[in-house]
Write a protein that binds this ligand. Structure first.
Ligand code: SAM
Length: 266
């Protein structure tokens, strides 16, 4: 990982240092869905080089793109996330830079396209991140944005919302607001914006496993909550879930739809 590009600034963004060890296990997509998503994004990036990903993390998105021939540069605030990316990237296809998306260490007009996946909700000053992105992008460039996370259409949404309510946390709303602010602003700056076809992800999961992960604080909206609040909320959720769904250890089918949006910039 390249050193020291943060120029002494302390970012108010949410860095994922603590998530590096479990991120891929909890956020990874099944191989077939990842292949489908990657092919869609590669098609949108054809002929564009180089491509920047802000908040590249462990390279969940950047690495498959790079392996498909897209010349990727990834920046992230969290060194441990970049270290995971480096370890996976045997062929050193992705150039990684430890940097803040609101203060990019690149010259104006350095990139033909950019990717932003699950990152705008973590950056309070999204206007500045967009200013920086447009500065380092060339004219008529393209930005691909994951549209607000996986869209659960089943029991998972209910369990997560119950748990959030039981935590009495402010942060989920703040995260949603930041994401919506960034996307609204992007919509205004773009010359066109198009939804890419959704990728459907089907897999089995148990309610026990989901509540355990919520209790372990694996999602960034819960990182400022004390452990005892997470434990109490998990207990409350288990009791409610048993009443509502029955056996929490049964494997249940889930479907998520992964949506991305393609913005062309003037
Ligand atoms: C939820 S992860 C997403 C990682 C990857 N894009 C993906 O889709 O798997 C968000 C990443 O953004 C990083 N991040 C948050 N704020 C940032 C900022 N201002 N500049 C650069 N990276 C940032 C975090 O450290 C974390 O690694």
């Amino acid at each position: 990982v390249r050193q020291g590009k943060l120029r002494g600034m302390s970012s108010s963004s949410v860095a994922f240092d603590r998530a590096a060890s479990y991120y891929d296990e909890t956020r990874g997509l099944p191989d077939d869905a990842m292949a489908e998503l990657s092919a869609l994004l590669v098609e949108q990036l054809a002929g564009r080089r180089p491509v920047l990903e802000i908040g590249v993390g462990t390279g969940r998105i950047a690495l498959p793109l790079a392996r498909a021939g897209v010349p990727m540069v990834g920046v992230d605030l969290a060194r441990p996330m970049l270290d995971v990316l480096r370890r996976k990237d045997d062929a050193k296809l992705v150039r990684v830079v430890h940097a803040d998306a609101t203060q990019l260490p690149f010259a104006d007009s350095s990139f033909d396209a950019a990717v932003a996946s699950h990152v705008f909700h973590l950056i309070p000053d999204s206007g500045r991140a967009l200013d920086e992105l447009t500065r380092v992008l060339r004219a008529q460039s393209r930005l691909l944005v994951a549209a607000g996370g996986d869209h659960d259409d089943d029991w998972r949404t209910e369990v997560r919302e119950f748990f959030r309510g039981a935590c009495r946390a402010e942060r989920p709303a703040a995260h949603d607001e930041r994401r919506i602010t960034a996307l609204t602003e992007l919509e205004q700056r773009a010359s066109s914006a198009v939804d890419l076809p959704e990728v459907e992800v089907n897999r089995d999961a148990t309610i026990t496993d989901m509540i355990d992960r919520l209790e372990a604080g694996q999602w960034s909206w819960s990182w400022d909550l004390p452990d005892d609040r997470l434990h109490a909320a998990a207990e409350e959720t288990r009791v409610w879930a048993r009443d509502t769904y029955g056996d929490l250890d049964v494997a249940r089918a889930t479907t998520s739809r992964i949506g991305w949006r393609c913005y062309d910039l003037p």
